[in-house]
Design a protein around this ligand. Structure first.
Ligand SMILES: *Cc1c(COP(=O)(O)O)cnc(C)c1O
Length: 218
């Protein structure tokens, strides 16, 4: 799909587009860049670092995939948003690397909303435990700006819709309990190629789309 067609589709919902470029070569990324797009998503730290080094420096790189603590250092100097934080341990490491780079790093808490058990992510009690902990409250260089989740890979629209509604309700709960007067906590990252329309209807503020823009991955 043409990126402008997709952007037009997102406009009424006021949702941002993360163009997920994982496994795709830099010349394809540049094509979208040259049409004015700046937000790209990757799921491997080293691949993101390599692409960052080659490509224009005003690209906003989003980490959408599972991130191991020992890989945070590769992306800490430049990453714009990490969508996939699912432990206090990872938050602490991001904070440490952010301090080293003299910056604050924005992150989303990833929730497991799918029925499949292969997916990463927190549950609501786990997130509350983190957010209530003194260890988290001491972290000065990470800023939680919302939540992220992946729905079950299924043709059952109702199930996908319910999972997105659940993520939105988690967002609302956490907002109320921990981020009431915090204007930064505002993102609900949900929706991929197969389910972004449902995600938009259910209140997504950020869709992560690869295949629809770049074609199938190997
Ligand atoms: C790969 C990936 C996407 C994009 O998936 P498509 O189906 O190609 O649009 C979105 N989110 C995450 C976390 C991914 O790993």
């Amino acid at each position: 799909m043409k990126i402008n067609t997709l952007l037009q589709e997102l406009q009424p919902f006021n949702a941002k587009l993360v163009a997920v470029s994982k496994t795709k070569p830099t010349d394809l990324i540049l094509q979208f860049y040259n049409q004015g797009h700046r937000i790209f998503g990757e799921n491997r730290a080293q691949e993101m670092k390599e692409k960052h080094e080659i490509l224009p420096k005003d690209i906003q790189w989003h980490m959408v995939g599972h991130l191991q603590t020992n890989k945070v250092k590769y992306i800490a100097p430049f990453v714009k948003l990490i969508h996939s934080v699912d432990s206090l341990k990872l938050l602490k490491e991001i904070n440490k690397q952010a301090l080293k780079n003299d910056r604050v790093i924005d992150v989303l808490l990833e929730f497991k909303i799918a029925a499949e058990d292969s997916k990463y992510g927190l549950d609501l009690p786990g997130s509350r435990e983190i957010l209530s902990s003194p260890a988290y409250q001491q972290l000065q260089a990470v800023r939680i700006t919302g939540v992220m989740g992946m729905a079950t890979f299924t043709d059952d629209e109702q199930q996908v819709r319910k999972e997105f509604q659940y993520l939105k309700s988690i967002f609302n709960d956490l907002k109320k309990q921990f981020f009431t007067d915090n204007p930064y906590f505002k993102e609900v990252s949900m929706g991929m190629t197969g389910d972004y329309k449902i995600a938009l209807e259910e209140g997504s503020t950020m869709v992560r789309i690869g295949t629809l823009l770049f074609g199938k991955r190997e």
